[in-house]
Design a protein around this ligand. Structure first.
Ligand code: NI
Length: 157
């Protein structure tokens, strides 16, 4: 495993649409392993491949240390609750920034795992928020686009 550089907001790659993964090989596994290491090193709860400069539809999420690592390849939201949650959101690609973003309270995502098998994940609250945030990255959408408002420095503390 190796740490990769996290691209930041000035990099236009964050605005590009990622391509589906078609080959589930060792390179993909290395990417997933590196993404997890990079995310944890940066104290994040989610990371999309585009954030390490790879335009592929790959996401890793782990909300709490004791949670299993979610590795999502080619993920799609198949169900979202009408009920919304509005709360603070931030992104490893925008250090020091945070905003209020409203998301569905619960979402169900279909994806493939690292071996290409289909998996289904349902998340509520923070996990639903992370799923929406990371899947947005795959389409070049960042939380700033969705923020009701950004927080100022006092509020961030
Ligand atoms: Ni992000």
């Amino acid at each position: 495993m190796a740490l990769r550089n996290i691209v930041t907001g000035e990099d236009e790659i964050l605005r590009k649409k990622s391509k589906p993964v078609t080959v589930f090989d060792r390179r993909l596994h290395e990417l997933l392993d590196d993404m997890l290491e990079t995310m944890e090193h940066a104290d994040g709860v989610g990371l999309a491949a585009v954030q390490v400069g790879v335009l592929r539809r790959v996401v890793v999420i782990r909300i709490k240390e004791e949670d299993p690592v979610l590795e999502l390849v080619n993920p799609v939201i198949v169900e979202a609750s009408e009920e919304q949650q509005c709360g603070t959101e931030a992104c490893l690609s925008y250090p020091g920034e945070a905003g209020i973003v409203c998301r569905p309270k619960r979402v169900t995502v279909q994806a493939q795992n690292r071996n290409g098998d289909m998996i289904t994940v349902t998340g509520e609250d923070l996990l639903a928020r992370a799923l929406c945030h990371e899947l947005d990255h795959l389409d070049g959408v960042v939380f700033l686009d969705r923020a009701e408002r950004m927080l100022n420095e006092d509020e961030e503390e």
